[in-house]
Design a protein around this ligand. Structure first.
Ligand code: COA
Length: 179
């Protein structure tokens, strides 16, 4: 799988990506709202292994992809779409702090919507974030997702129960020409 946007190449991971991924996956600020991390080197290596396993799924239901700047080929983050049940997918994204607030998460997430609706034939795509992860909520809003609700203590990780905001977009709401 390979997606292209104005500024980005979104492509499969390779074993040689481990060091670049570890740069941000080991960062406590990046992992603050995630169910994983901050990663040890072993955990990042295991993540890369899992993404490479996904490339062999038949039929494929998990796409975990590296986000690379077109101009420099620098790996700046990752994003993914997971087909959770027939016709429905969940998206997610995570970037190195050096590249925050430059529109890269929104650009990647729009590419995932195009993949989900136009190539994978999905009907509904959803995403969740922790309620105080304002940046992630704004990404979902900026790509045309609508707020669906507040899930209360539905998920346990890092020794605590966590709430989520859930957003979604339906196939007929999606405008494929969004840049
Ligand atoms: C959340 C995250 C993905 C946002 O990535 P990003 O590339 O900075 O997002 P964008 O530049 O596309 O910004 C989209 C919008 O959110 C706003 N935004 C981004 N970070 C923000 C923050 N921390 N606080 C408030 N607004 C923020 C941007 O200003 C932009 O607003 P606009 O649409 O009005 O212009 C990034 O901060 C990150 O990787 N965080 C760690 C991992 C994570 O939390 N992932 C999401 C898990 S649910």
């Amino acid at each position: 799988m390979r997606l292209e946007t104005d500024r980005l190449i979104i492509r499969e991971y390779a074993p040689s990506d481990a060091a670049d991924v570890h740069q941000y996956a080991s960062n406590a600020e990046v992992a603050a709202y995630m169910i994983w991390g901050p990663n040890t080197e072993e955990e990042t290596a295991a993540f890369i292994d899992r993404t490479i396993e996904m490339q062999r799924q038949q039929p494929r239901v998990d796409y975990e992809l590296a986000v690379v700047l077109k101009a420099s080929h620098q790996l700046i983050g990752g994003c993914g779409i997971h087909i959770s049940e027939p016709g429905q997918g969940e998206i997610g994204y995570c970037f190195h702090p050096l590249y925050w607030r430059q529109g890269y998460a929104s650009e990647s997430a729009r590419a995932l919507l195009r993949l989900g609706f136009q190539e994978l034939g999905l009907h509904r795509i959803y995403a969740t974030c922790r309620p105080d992860n304002r940046g992630s909520a704004k990404v979902m809003e900026s790509i045309g997702m609508r707020y669906e609700g507040h899930l209360r203590e539905h998920m346990r990780h890092k020794g605590k129960w966590h709430d989520s905001f859930q957003y979604s977009i339906l196939e007929h709401e999606f405008k494929g020409d969004q840049s």
